[in-house]
Design a protein around this ligand. Structure first.
Ligand code: BG6
Length: 502
């Protein structure tokens, strides 16, 4: 590949995201030849630290994810790692900070191309941008020099705060300078949804209300509140943390129309149309949105804590650790097709998948014998199902019916699988690697636009207001199970059921 370059400032250089994701991704980009040798990477944080100390800390961090790393190779990479101290609360430091950055850039020979990654708590997004502005690091829009600013969710905690953040950032930056990361869009298998849909002729004609019975999107996690996350999580919950962003993005990619061109603007316009057509799947909120919370369990000799017993969770917290929703997309393609969405912590396994279940053939000509214990019955064929397995064991599978060998016409379901690991003998790139490269390239296709973000908040806001305003008690589910029974009932009324992916 052609190696690219920019000067990359990382605010929050002492934090977890920098150590766990950003530096390993930048190191891999350089190893794979996407990043030049000289592009400076400048850690910015409050503490006093030398370049040498910063390099050593980052070596330890990258070694954790890359076991094959050698000191020699690291030193070749790390010569462009620098550290610049800045206390955001001390505007008197801004001028020196700006000079320091400009000096490092001109010494490296990389000027006029700058990225600021704000790996900081969201309340510091605007102060960080202020500091860039007052340090003279935001180029004039008339100049050809550029600055791109990368931020990560949460982008607000409801529609009003998201709008306020957009307004404050918008005072100093233009929309096309802001790269809002939803790391799900960086996942290889998520990008493949579009390629699979619009790069093949045989599936797309079937993906509409004429043939699809329902769609199910699952983002399940087996982890709970490990790593001291409880404090943050209790202010957020499953709806804000995962459904409002990752799940709705998956929904958009599954349901959107083909864009006129495969360009960022066209693609984001199509996603936006899905969000505009998104409607509740029932009248009262409790008819279509179910909050859940895990409770203590004893299963298979293992005891698991309930959410309220986790560290840093207030007694009696009503924060949801699970959410299931039935929604509709009211447009020509999808009218009448339920979309079932769910995400949660402490479910039986970590799996993300999109399952599209097709309608039965117009006539059931064949049956099969199915037995449960001693009781056998003649049952209809299982419906066809197309599953995008996003993670782990990334795959696409299609279930269809065949004749069971024998002297009778008995129908039998089989599955055709495409597994990434078998088809391509390579490690799938990390989401952050792809997304950081896109920021350097200036391609914002895989980032969320402000209007998409607001439309997503607009949809979930009434649910949050109802749950929080009325202090609704979430439905309990035992830790390590697939969620509360109320979530099963949501589908049961329509004769549908949740899958239990392994
Ligand atoms: C993050 C959420 O955005 O996504 C976490 O804040 C969640 O709570 C994580 O665990 C899941 O990401 P992944 O890539 O592990 O599926």
């Amino acid at each position: 590949p052609d190696a690219l370059e920019a000067s990359i400032l990382i605010y929050g250089a002492s934090g977890d995201l920098t150590a766990r994701k950003l530096l390993p991704a930048l190191y891999d980009l350089w190893t794979d030849g996407y990043l030049t040798d000289r592009a400076p990477i400048i850690g910015v944080a409050r503490r006093d630290k030398s370049n040498e100390e910063f390099r050593n800390e980052m070596f330890d961090a990258v070694s954790k994810s890359d076991e094959g790393i050698t000191r020699e190779k690291w030193d070749a990479f790390a010569q462009r790692l620098f550290y610049s101290r800045l206390d955001i609360d001390q505007p008197d430091q801004y001028a020196d900070f700006g000079n320091d950055i400009r000096q490092l850039e001109s010494d490296s020979g990389v000027t006029g191309k700058r990225i600021a990654y704000l790996a900081v708590t969201p309340s510091l997004f605007v102060p960080c941008v202020e500091s860039l502005s007052q340090s003279g690091l935001i180029p004039d829009p008339e100049e050809k020099d550029w600055l791109r600013v990368v931020i990560e969710k949460p982008f607000g905690r409801d529609l009003d705060s998201a709008k306020e953040l957009a307004r404050d950032m918008g005072r100093l930056l233009r929309e096309e300078q802001i790269y809002r990361i939803d790391h799900y869009l960086g996942k290889e298998t998520v990008q493949n949804i579009l390629l699979f849909r619009f790069g093949n002729a045989i599936f797309e004609p079937l993906l509409n209300q004429k043939y699809v019975d329902f769609v199910q999107i699952t983002v399940a996690e087996s982890q709970g509140m490990e790593g001291g996350r409880g404090g943050y999580y209790d202010t957020s919950g499953a709806l804000r943390d995962v459904l409002q962003n990752h799940v709705l993005q998956l929904l958009c990619l599954t349901a959107m129309e083909p864009p006129a061109k495969f360009l960022a603007g066209n693609l984001r316009d199509e996603k936006m149309k899905v969000l505009q057509a998104l409607k509740p799947g029932g009248d009262k909120i409790s008819d279509w949105a179910i909050p859940g919370q895990y409770v203590a369990s004893e299963r298979g000799g293992e005891s698991k804590k309930g959410y309220r017993q986790e560290d840093r969770i207030p007694d009696g917290s009503n924060r949801e650790t699970y959410v299931a929703m039935k929604v509709k997309i009211d447009n020509w393609r999808w009218a009448g097709v339920p979309f079932y969405l769910r995400t949660g912590k402490r479910l039986p396994t970590r799996v993300t998948e999109i399952a599209i279940q097709f309608k039965q053939p117009p006539m059931q000509m064949f049956r099969t014998v199915e037995c449960e214990g001693d009781v056998c019955d003649l049952v209809a064929a299982r419906p066809n199902m197309l599953v995008f397995r996003i993670q782990p064991k990334e795959a696409i599978s299609l279930t269809f019916s065949t004749k069971r060998p024998g002297m009778q016409y008995q129908i039998h379901p089989v599955t055709m699988d495409f597994a990434y690991e078998e088809a391509f003998e390579m490690k799938l790139p990390e989401a952050y690697e792809r997304l950081l490269l896109d920021v350097i390239r200036g391609d914002n296709t895989l980032f969320t636009r402000d209007d998409e973000l607001e439309a997503a908040w607009e949809f979930v806001d009434p649910v949050l207001e109802y749950w929080e305003g009325q202090n609704i008690e979430p439905c309990g589910y035992e830790a390590g199970t697939w969620g509360p029974k109320e979530a099963a009932e949501l589908l049961y009324q329509a004769g549908h059921s949740w899958r239990s992916p392994q």
